[in-house]
Design a protein around this ligand. Structure first.
Ligand code: ADP
Length: 160
C-alpha cells in the first residue's frame, strides 16, 4: 500500500493546501495530513482547531486522515512507518527553503524519508495562510481563498 504524509502548519488550511491534498489523495492509497506543532511559530489557531478544520474540509476524501504531532516530522514518520512526505511548491521562492528541508529530512532519517513536491495549481500560486490572515484581520473578503467554515472561524477570531 502506498502511503504518504503531508505535514505543515495549516494555520489555517487554504484552498491551496486542499488542492495539494486532493491531488495527493489520488496518487496514494492513504494520505495523512499532519499538523506539526511548530513552537518557533506563533499560530492563530490551536492545533485542535486546525485538525478540526482539516478534518471537516477533507470529509469527502475517504483515504485522507488527519493527525497532529509536536516534534520532528522524521520522528512521526518513523513511528508510523511512513517514507514519503508531500510538500507544495508555489513559486521559485519556495524552492530554496523546501529543498533545504527535504535534504535535511533525508539526512536526519538516514535516507528513509523522501519528499515529493507537487507544484501548485496556477489559481492558488499566490495563496498563503499568512496572506489570508492578513486580509481577514482587516476585514477583507477571503471567501475565494478558504472554505466557508474556515472563513467563518477566521471572522470570529478577528472579531475579538
Ligand atoms: P509550513 O509552515 O510547514 O511551511 P504551511 O502550512 O505554510 O506549512 O504549508 C504546508 C505546505 O503546503 C508547504 O509545502 C507549502 O509550500 C505548501 N503550500 C502552502 N500554500 C500552498 C498553495 N497555495 N499551493 C500549493 N502549496 C501550498
Amino acid at each position: 500500500m502506498k502511503r504518504a504524509i503531508y505535514p505543515g502548519s495549516f494555520d489555517p488550511i487554504t484552498l491551496g493546501h486542499l488542492d495539494v491534498i486532493r491531488r495527493a489523495s489520488f496518487m496514494f492509497d492513504e494520505l495523512t495530513v499532519c499538523v506539526l506543532d511548530n513552537k518557533a511559530k506563533t499560530s492563530l489557531f490551536s492545533v485542535e482547531e486546525r485538525v478540526k478544520m482539516i478534518t471537516d474540509a477533507t470529509a469527502d476524501l475517504l483515504n485522507v486522515n488527519v493527525d497532529y504531532y509536536s516534534g520532528l516530522l522524521i520522528d512521526y514518520a518513523k513511528q508510523n512507518n511512513l517514507h514519503i512526505a508531500i510538500r507544495g511548491l508555489r513559486a521559485v521562492t519556495d524552492f530554496e527553503y523546501e529543498l533545504q528541508i527535504a535534504q535535511t529530512n533525508k539526512e536526519l532519517s538516514n535516507g528513509s524519508l523522501d519528499t515529493v513536491f507537487l507544484t501548485t495549481s496556477l489559481e492558488y500560486s499566490y495563496l498563503s495562510s499568512s496572506a489570508v490572515k492578513e486580509i481577514a484581520a482587516f476585514n477583507g473578503d477571503i471567501s475565494k481563498f478558504v472554505t466557508p467554515e474556515v472563513c467563518k472561524l477566521l471572522k470570529e477570531k478577528y472579531k475579538r
